[in-house]
Design a protein around this ligand. Sequence first.
Ligand code: NAG
Length: 512
Amino acid sequence: MRVCVMSELAETYDYTNDDCTQTNRPVVPSKSLLLAVWAAGIGGTFQYGYNISIINAPTKAVQSFINQTWTERYNTEISTQVLTLLWSTIVSIFTLGGLVGATVGGTLAIKFGRKGTLLFNNTFALLAAFFMGLSYPTSTFELLIVGRFLTGVNAGIAICVQPLYIGEIAPRALRGAMAMGTSIFITGGIFTGQVIGLNELLGKEEYWPILLSTICIPAIIQLLALPWFPESPRYLLIDRGDDVACKKALMWFHGPDKYHGEKEDMESERVSALGIKPKKPWELFTDTSLRWQLLTLFVIHTFQQLNGINAIYFYADYVFNQAGIPANKIPYATVGTGACECITALTCGLLIESLGRRVLIIGGYCLMSICCICFTIALTFQDYSPWVPYLSMICVFAFILSFGLGPGGVTNILTTELFTQTDRPAAYIIGGSINWVAFFFIGMIFPFIVNGLKQYCFLVFLVICCLVATYIFFVVPETKNKTFLEIQSEFHSRKKLIAANGTEGPLLSTPM
Ligand SMILES: *[C@@H]1O[C@H](CO)[C@@H](O)[C@H](O)[C@H]1NC(C)=O
């Protein structure tokens, strides 16, 4: 999933390099584990996905609310530019909040525990729901900006802390499978938001303040459900040194007969963790041996956001409108995109071990390039025949499918695999920050790009997709079934090859 940057943060609590090979044993999680994942996810990444998608339905209603408020307050007509800017801010301030949340989430999780932070995090969602609900009765659209910022902080913390909690309560054999839960909750949240935003439910113009306030519901559900579950046993033991509480939590999750193995794992992790000091983000930048990995991290995370996928999601209605889809059919098309990504999140997980990362991510970007070409042509000739708008819509779906199969899932796994144990937490902070900044950037500029370039805006994304596919083809090695140390040495040998050629820049001179 494109934005679940921190989803493999849980991996940072494996203190050995080889246990990624053990995550695929077919073990079925216990009912208490599944319920705990649900309780953490509902107010966590579900809330995040929900917030991304519910903002689409009230686009028109909120814009006319701003227009009306502005006219009443200042006695002048609002210009289209100012209106676009205000709307873009409401949509995009979410990502600035996310950036703030991502930077404080880790610290909070150490101080208040995983469960404590997740519970506390709901305060932001409740406050946001309160402010956004209040903006209509008080005629202050500024409250929408405040509310969206707070939901962003909520999302930033959730994306960081929820995978930590789930990863730490998961038995070793299920850690990979349960980490998938994070992406499934994001796509599930997106899908739910789209369904709730339908006209038959809360999508009617006059319901938008209620729609935006519904984000309090996942928060309340989590506040009611999560306190019944124990804190992460790993946190209790390794961070708190509380043997008794840890044992109690383990018994709760795994039952009295199975918890011993987990406890041994944890004890050995505790011992090996003693010598390791995780690096700080700035220490990665000064390490010249990591240059290519950092560049790759930068490229895959920046362009995971700037390849057009968020443009399609943030402004899904707008894109379909541009595609000439009749207005009354747009919401159903949007729901379809959500279902589409839900399914591809699952499919990507099934294919990644057999096809490998390179095939999926390069193939994904190539398919997205093709979609961009078809989409541009379809948009240009949309008046040519009544079936052409539906061709545009197929292109949008194909784009989302290609994204979900390739960059959507693979980017996060690559972040885990390109770095060794001590570098990985810092790599996540860097990757996460890049991701939120790029997310903000695309949200702010996309309306202007669309207004300026019309259908040709997807040519920009075409160029981006082609360049990223080329970069990955020449620079990133296949990481499937390799230890982290092997991957690192592949990067090092690449560096020597370049040095031997006597040139620094040309990536193209080092074929895989
Ligand atoms: C604001 O609303 C008025 C009256 O409904 C309308 O004429 C005008 O075009 C709107 N302005 C913008 C920028 O949409």
